[in-house]
Design a protein around this ligand. Structure first.
Ligand SMILES: [Zn+2]
Ligand SMILES: [Zn+2]
Length: 341
């Protein structure tokens, strides 16, 4: 059997829509008919080479929701037809990190779907059945797909890395898919949220999702945050952009003992005079991916309507390259999602 897939051929080369074979299942694997695959900013990093794992040709796409189409004999926990969301890390399960619920840091990761192994920009994806989360009936697959990276990354960053506390002020610096997840999760956690974006449309969306204040990212963000916090600064800044300018503003926006959490990145270097960190006893930390447990939390929060996935538009596989370009130009509010009929 063949399927259509958007194939990545390395940095600087366009994605191409190709027919590729669907291989037979191995022990414990499931074949998932992809119904929706969220388009993450990380995919633009693959295309530009900002992120280059050296593996191609490859099918990108790590926010994957669909239906179980086939199961190997050993995969008993699911049924054909089940609606599922993919946990995109297949980890070793044996190492220190896997055994201490930090599998996102597993150094012996077997596969990361959409990063090192074929992902969801295709009609089918093959993953271990153990990587599938069964979705509640009332969760739309289009919305569910976006939980796979954007919302669960937000939960990992806010809860596990920043250890965000009730009453703290959090700056969400960059209003993309993860940013919109962060705004909602930080509000649920009892924080005051200041969202930063250069786009008026994204600022309006941030307000709609509950941000207490919004700041225009083209101005002096550090000063604006201080003005909004009686000169103190914020306890936590989530840095979702990672450019030279935003990194400098992010440090300036921190309160004493503040925590700067990197999630976004570019080719720019983080430069700070240690004195600035020393004087305020600032912490610089970072967040990558998520654990299986955090993905379950994301699904539960979405099912309870406490977090709303922000879907800008549904596109066809053929529209994926142009949509990635629109994402890079800041024209997508939240997630665009590739859908398959
Ligand atoms: Zn992602
Ligand atoms: Zn491991």
């Amino acid at each position: 059997m063949d399927m259509r897939a958007a194939r990545y051929h390395g940095p600087g080369k366009p994605l191409s829509i190709e027919k590729v074979p669907v291989r037979p299942l191995r022990m414990g694997e499931a074949l998932v008919r992809v119904k929706a695959a969220g388009i993450c900013y990380t995919d633009t990093h693959f295309l530009t080479g900002v992120l280059n794992l050296g593996i191609h040709p490859l099918t990108l796409g790590h926010e994957i929701a669909g239906e179980v189409a086939d199961l190997s004999a050993a995969a008993q926990s699911l049924r054909v037809g089940d609606r599922v969301l993919v946990y995109y890390y297949a980890t070793c399960g044996q190492c220190h990190w896997c055994r201490t619920d930090r599998a996102n840091l597993c150094p012996q990761v077997v596969a990361e779907y959409g990063f090192t192994a074929d992902g969801g920009y295709a009609e089918f994806v093959i993953v271990p059945a153990a990587n599938l989360v069964k979705l509640p009936g009332d969760l739309d697959l289009l919305e569910a797909a976006t939980l796979g990276c954007s919302v669960t990354t937000a939960i990992h960053a806010a809860r596990t890395i920043a250890d965000l506390r009730l009453g703290e002020t959090a700056v969400v610096y960059g209003a993309g898919g993860v940013g919109f997840g962060l705004i909602q999760f930080c509000k649920l956690a009892g924080a005051r949220v200041i969202a930063v974006s250069r786009s008026p449309g994204k600022r309006a969306k941030a307000s709609q999702l509950g941000a207490d204040a919004v700041v225009d990212g083209s101005g002096d963000v550090g000063r604006a945050v201080r003005d909004l916090t009686a000169g103190e600064g914020a306890e936590v800044v989530f840095e979702l952009v990672g450019s030279k300018v935003t990194m400098a503003h992010a440090v300036n926006a921190l309160r004493r003992r503040g925590r700067l959490v990197f999630i976004g990145y570019s080719n720019d270097l983080f430069v700070a005079n240690p004195l600035q960190l020393v004087i305020g006893e600032l912490t610089v930390t970072a967040s990558v991916g998520n654990t299986f447990d955090e993905l379950l939390q994301a699904v539960a929060l979405a099912a309870a309507r406490k977090i709303t996935p922000v879907v800008d538009r549904a596109v066809s596989l053929e529209e994926l390259p142009a949509t990635l370009e629109a994402l890079r130009e800041g024209k997508i509010i939240g997630r665009a999602v590739v859908v398959f009929p």
